[in-house]
Design a protein around this ligand. Structure first.
Ligand code: ADP
Length: 266
């Protein structure tokens, strides 16, 4: 899955990154089978992560509307122990949040030892929607790439493993997904007319994402560009990267605090 990792310093042109190729799977069936194996492995790895209480894992999910953040969270983390996994969603900042610097609310939600925290949107909104709509002046948002790299370096230096996924869908796929939401009453709650307004800014968002992916993929917090038009493939890529990363940590169940030899339970 290394092909999806953005090497630091790469100038990303998203039109050159596929949204629907599935080169890592022979077929959908084979992909789904592998995903199910990954799911079980993730469950086992997360149990040890939680028991050991040592590592902190931060997963950042970013995507255009309908890009599949919610679906990825639901499927990739199916079966893990909810005690050790948290989702932090970042919406339009509240007045209290806005009264602080933009990383204040983000830092407060970062993982503690033994935890996996999934960011459903993140501090990257502060160089995405904020940039596209000029919510702060350019000289303010343009400094944020460096600030974000430094912030993530701090987290990494203090023991957080960071993985960032951009779920890459095509504009046509977004149209289909929005239409599906319109057509199905059980999906109406997900439909927001605001999404249609945002869709008009597609090229601006692509440029903003390209800047993010080009400037903030680092050795300590890499971005992965996930082809996300096919949901099963998106899930497979995320879970393989995650399992590979967790398997590379020194995960071990902790020793008993004292010898249990000869302990008898009456
Ligand atoms: P989602 O689309 O993630 O399921 P919502 O429909 O509630 O959830 O959308 C959250 C909204 O909050 C998005 O439009 C997003 O751009 C916006 N948002 C998030 N962070 C910021 C921010 N820092 N400044 C302005 N808007 C933000």
């Amino acid at each position: 899955m290394d092909r999806y990792r953005v090497a630091p310093g790469t100038q990303v042109d998203l039109s050159q990154w596929s949204t629907d190729d599935t080169p890592e799977a022979e077929s959908k069936d084979e992909g789904k089978e592998r995903f199910s194996v990954m799911n079980n492995r993730l469950e086992a790895l997360q149990e040890v992560l939680y028991a050991q209480g040592k590592h902190k894992i931060l997963i950042v999910l970013q995507a255009m509307d309908t890009g599949g953040k919610d679906g990825a969270i639901r499927h990739v983390f199916d079966g893990v122990n909810p005690q050790g996994v948290k989702v932090a969603s970042f919406k339009v900042p509240t007045p209290l949040e806005r009264a602080h610097d933009y990383l204040w609310r983000v830092h407060a939600r970062t993982p503690a030892q033994g935890e996996i925290v999934i960011f459903n949107r993140s501090h990257y909104e502060d160089v995405l929607v904020v940039r596209v709509h000029n919510l702060v002046p350019e000289d303010v948002w343009s400094r944020r790439y460096e600030q974000i790299n430094a912030f993530e370096k701090l987290l990494a230096d203090e023991g957080t493993t960071i993985l960032k996924f951009y779920l890459h869908i095509s504009k046509e796929e977004q149209k289909e997904r929005l239409q599906a939401r319109l057509d199905d009453p059980s999906k109406h709650w997900k439909f927001s007319p605001g999404d249609l307004a945002e869709r008009k800014f597609w090229p601006d968002y692509m440029a903003a994402y390209e800047a993010v992916l080009s400037r903030t993929s680092t050795d300590w917090a890499p971005w992965y560009i996930v082809p996300a038009d096919r949901k099963w493939y998106r899930n497979l890529v995320i879970s393989e990267v995650l399992v590979q990363t967790l398997a590379g940590l020194d995960l071990r169940f902790p020793e008993a605090t004292e010898s249990l030899d000869g302990v008898v339970i009456e």
